[in-house]
Design a protein around this ligand. Structure first.
Ligand code: GLN
Length: 272
């Protein structure tokens, strides 16, 4: 009896040592792995739902889920901060921020200062007006007060139609502020990205607002992830974005936020 007990205790002891050392080993590996994964600093402007917005103190949205998936596929971690639009752009230019994501449209002008990933979302500008407005297209905005977010393609689209420095075009720091100006009656219309316009109208049934689209006067545009010019991250993130597009992760994220299937092939054919 006594002999068996000693043996049992011995076997138990050895098992424990094995289990403990295995656990220790695992923790150490995870520890060393996670410390070797670089965390990239990301800037955004989180008043642009459904792409990025603050939810219980955290930046949330389609862009956040997508960037997390793409960064993971590229072997990085990301730390996303709500810097605001201008500081995000400036931070990438001076190298204090590694990545910008905020429904940022890829265009020629920006490409002279920054690098963009391949397109990850197709967008087009849209008009938001009061429910009883007679505005049927962008040309109908002539002579009316228009709100846009400063420095965005909404501002560019309005200026293309009605001229730069047109005093009827009011520039706000965020799209959310231009929507507030519409609610206050400071402007009669807002020009912004279609998904953001649709989300605002859907989430604010009490505000008596509606969207008006105009595929003639507005042109399709594509969002890209923004990098400092010459960043080594571009090639890595382009590859990772393709992985995420091909393995169904993009589709999953898209369906979560938009409730419908994306056209991945159209997006891929927009790559140059
Ligand atoms: N897509 C627009 C642009 O890049 C608006 C982006 C935004 O306001 N976050 O100019």
């Amino acid at each position: 009896m006594k002999k068996i007990n000693v043996k049992t205790v011995f076997v138990l002891l050895i098992s424990c040592i094995f289990i403990l050392s295995a656990c220790g080993q695992g923790a150490k590996e995870t520890g060393s792995n996670s410390s070797s994964v670089k965390t990239l600093s990301v800037g955004t402007e989180a008043t642009f739902a459904p792409f990025e917005f603050m939810d219980k103190g955290k930046v949330s949205g389609f862009d956040v889920d997508l960037l997390n998936a793409v960064a993971k596929a590229a072997g990085y971690k990301v730390d996303i901060k709500n810097t605001g639009w201008d500081p995000m752009m400036a931070g990438i230019q001076n190298g204090s921020i590694d990545i910008g994501i905020a429904g940022i449209t890829i265009n020629k002008d920006r490409k002279s200062t920054y690098d963009f990933s391949n397109p990850y979302f197709e967008s087009i500008n849209m008009i938001v007006v009061g429910k009883d407005s007679t505005v049927e297209n962008a040309k109908d905005l002539k002579g009316k007060k228009i709100g846009v977010q400063n420095g965005t393609t909404g501002q560019m689209a309005a200026e293309k139609l009605f001229g730069k420095n047109n005093k009827n075009i009011s520039k706000y720091e965020t799209s959310a502020m231009s929507f507030m100006a519409l609610e206050n009656g400071d402007v009669e219309a807002v020009v912004t990205d279609n998904a953001v316009a649709n989300e605002y109208v859907k989430k604010n049934p009490d505000k008596n607002v509606k969207t008006v689209d105009d595929k003639t006067n507005f042109s399709p545009e594509y969002y890209g992830i923004l990098f400092p010019k010459g960043s080594e991250l571009k090639a890595k993130f382009d590859k990772a974005l393709n992985d995420v597009l091909d393995n169904g992760t993009y589709t999953e994220i898209y369906k979560k936020w938009f409730g419908v299937e994306p056209d991945v092939e159209v997006l891929k054919s927009a790559q140059k």
